[in-house]
Design a binder for this molecule. Structure first.
Ligand code: FMN
Length: 393
């Protein structure tokens, strides 16, 4: 495995088709998903040379905590069906690498059990309806479990139109069918090492962090998942700000005015994200709006996610105004194909790429990464001040 993409190719072979489609897919025509990846190609680097970069460091501080790299692991629901015990595996691997991991509100492992394996390294991401009592009680559950950073995902007012899931035979909960059984049997490594092992050790997994009680099981003929997030509003963010003493982060902000509102309500950070192209197809690629959102964020921190596949992508997002970046799909693919060591290898590949690229750009610290690292059109015209002597004579 030489790059993050290698894990995706391996996961496509390893996982039953419905599961791979669930992770890799976007929504409707996958326009945002593709744009997230291709938007990075619109920016090029402007390397500087001969700057003695022998003592460079990737370490950075966020919410007063030092992290060994400027990226963490983004939240992904149902991970524990994709890779064995994935929530705890990713939390442990992140802690060992000195970076944070965000546990999804649609995860299948109790938030208390995940926090216990990586104290201080886990953040909790909540999906919440606009119900004040539930917001308050989830905030105290997360606080009692030891979480210091709460991420509220705000880009899911409607259930996404994930046609790819329906076509591939994936649903939540999964409905038992002959097709699903066949997909499992034709992927025996996943069937034995992830699925059968999970059933044997813990029984049929359930959504454990959607509320105070256990949610529906992940496999069920009859159960249905509740979806009632369309009344969530800024008023609830205000309530949450009062109820939550730790760091409050809004995930899924793409408009500068929304960032300004968040800052005025005392939110600590926004994550500029279109949910990996999984919510509104055609939603702008977050990289394209990152600098405008950052410009309106005041003292809030700005995080970025969407399409991070290379160390160079991390650096481009930082250069455009992000303080920190989240990587999601690749690390889940890595955990699926090779468990804890796979996920650890994925993180170290990304770290190595960031550090190598910092050297080539002539920067020694994350704080030095700014717009001047990128070759923009404006910079191109600035070069015209350096007149070509051959032209002037
Ligand atoms: C399988 C999967 C499950 C996800 N589940 C959640 C979730 O529960 N909560 C959330 O806020 N975002 C969720 N996301 C979105 C990611 O946190 C992140 O925004 C997105 O994947 C970034 O795109 P990338 O993976 O292509 O880099 C999920 C993404 C994937 C791929």
């Amino acid at each position: 495995m030489l790059s993050l993409r290698d894990f995706e190719l391996a996961a496509a072979r390893h996982l039953p088709h419905p599961l791979f489609a669930y992770v890799s897919g976007g929504v409707e025509d996958n326009r945002s998903l593709q744009e997230n990846l291709s938007s990075f190609a619109e920016y090029e680097f402007s390397p500087r040379v001969l700057r003695d970069v022998s003592r460079r460091s990737m370490a950075t501080t966020l919410f007063g905590v030092r992290h060994e790299a400027p990226f963490g692991l983004g939240p992904m629901g149902i991970s524990a069906l994709v890779a064995y015990d994935a929530d705890r595996v990713l939390a442990r691997v992140a802690a060992a690498a000195g970076i944070p991991m965000v546990l999804s509100g649609a995860s299948l492992t109790r938030m208390e059990d995940v926090a216990a394996v990586a104290p201080g390294h886990c953040w909790f991401q909540a999906y919440l309806p606009g119900e004040i009592e539930l917001i308050k009680s989830m905030a105290s559950r997360a606080q009692n479990a030891g979480y210091e950073t709460l991420v509220l995902t705000v880009d899911t007012a409607a259930r996404a139109n994930r046609e790819n899931n329906i076509r591939a035979g994936f649903s939540t909960p999964l409905r038992p069918s002959l097709r699903l059984a066949w997909d499992g049997m034709t992927h025996p490594k996943w069937l034995l090492r992830t699925f059968a092992k999970t059933l044997y050790k813990t029984g049929v997994p359930r959504f454990e962090n959607a509320g105070l009680d256990r949610g529906v099981p992940i496999i069920s003929r009859r159960a249905a998942r509740q979806f009632n997030r369309d009344s969530l509003s800024w008023e609830h963010v205000r309530v949450m700000r009062d109820a939550w003493p730790g760091n409050l982060v809004l995930k899924g902000v793409l408009h500068p005015e929304d960032a300004r509102t968040a800052a005025s309500l005392g939110v600590d950070a926004v994550i500029v994200s279109n949910h990996g192209g999984r919510q509104l197809d055609g939603a702008v690629a977050p990289l394209k709006v990152l600098s405008s959102v950052a410009a309106q964020s005041g003292s809030m921190k700005v995080l970025y996610d969407g399409g991070i596949r290379r160390g160079g992508d991390v650096i481009k997002a930082l250069a455009l105004g992000a303080d920190f970046v989240l990587v999601a799909r690749p690390v889940l693919y890595a955990a699926a194909v090779a468990g804890e060591s796979g996920a650890a290898h994925c993180i170290s590949l990304l770290k190595e790429e960031v550090k190598r690229n910092m050297a080539s750009l002539g920067v020694c610290s994350i704080d030095e990464i700014g717009p001047e690292c990128l070759h923009t059109k404006a910079q191109h015209s600035a070069y015209s001040h350096f007149t070509n002597p051959k032209e002037t004579t």
